[in-house]
Design a protein around this ligand. Sequence first.
Ligand code: AMP
Length: 436
Amino acid sequence: MKFEELGLSEPILKAIKECGYDSPTPIQEKAIPNILMARDVVGLAQTGTGKTAGFTLPMIEILHGGRAKARMPRSLILSPTRELAAQIADNFDLYGKHCNLSKALLIGGSSMEDQIRILERGVDVLIATPGRLIDLFERGNILLTDIKVLVIDEADRMLDMGFIPDIEKICSLLPPMRQTLLFSATMPPEIKNLTKKFLSNPREVAVAPPASAAETVDQFRVEVSPRAKNAVLEKLIKQEDVKNAFIFCNRKRDVDSLTKWFKNKGYKAEAMHGDLAQSHRSETLEKFKNGDINLLICSDVAGRGIDVDSVSHVFNYDVPVNPDDYVHRIGRTGRAGQSGRAWMFVTKYDDKQLSAVEKRIGKPIEVVEVDAGAARKDDDRRKNKTSDASSRKSNSDNAQRSDRKADNKKRGKPSKDNNVDDVSGFGDEIPAFFNN
Ligand code: AMP
């Protein structure tokens, strides 16, 4: 099939051509005609299938020709993470560049004043994370009564992140006469219920997931002590001919300290996690894309959905807590048929998590010995030298931890063991299940 057969108009076809796309992907073939016929659509499709263009292209077609009114946007795209929202906004600019439409990107971590100013001028499409949208609505900065098309992207991810109540709230604020499109990689019962409640006679379209990263990426693991991780990582970076790499840590504080460690050694490294200002995160991503830096050290939420071509390596500095995150992490490399290599550091404390990851990918991960002899010796020397200091530090860490627990108790917050409050990967929100 050709794009010309889908019912898209000339300025959109021109933009598609300029992107270099030859023909629509299966999800685009199935979704676009239905969306243009004003049907509600449930799309079962993963990242990498072209689903973003699958809903952005027909949305531009629908909006093209109408006019934006101040504070009354005509369409809304909800995304679980800031990075994904920013990526959708980039796609919207790309595909809509000959259509003269306007957009507002409403995400946490960016200036609310700037967002309000854009809203007041009037926009055609809002691309938002649920929390920031609700904030702006409650402050009276947006009217949602003119929304004609709603897209809920990565609905299953919204569920994981505890956003379903927010989505329900937002749906109840929109006019009932609208078109709703919901995309999700999986269809758990909660998402099925959501579609029953908020979509009207939807057309279901499904496509097979793209070749799984678990099959196209060469994967290895190294058994390592927690203290030797940095040295082993440096050794691997040198011996593996790393062009550029994502390095994933489970904790934000490890993202920061590892970045500092690499920078001190003269590497071109930057950190990405949910506590950093959005402008800084966007700048860092840009630097990584254009090669100004080649090591991006990040948390799961920051790494999710980031679409950078030709990433040679992924390093899992920690075994992820959630095995799905492993698949997302290694999927940052080996994209578009290129080869990719993924390494994971496994300590003696990670047996349970490693089993979960291997079960998730359906095969064991090859163990490779990395001679970190020098690293270990250094490590031992440092351990001896600092054993007094570290026992002092560990006492003070424990004291801080019990202070925090007492503080949480005072505020009625359930206590979280294992530093769960430091676990990264959930953006601005700690999902409800962590508090149970
Ligand atoms: P997505 O699944 O939306 O994250 O898209 C994955 C990648 O596919 C993005 O880099 C898009 O630019 C690209 N893409 C989308 N549609 C097409 C198409 N019809 N032909 C080739 N590449 C595409």
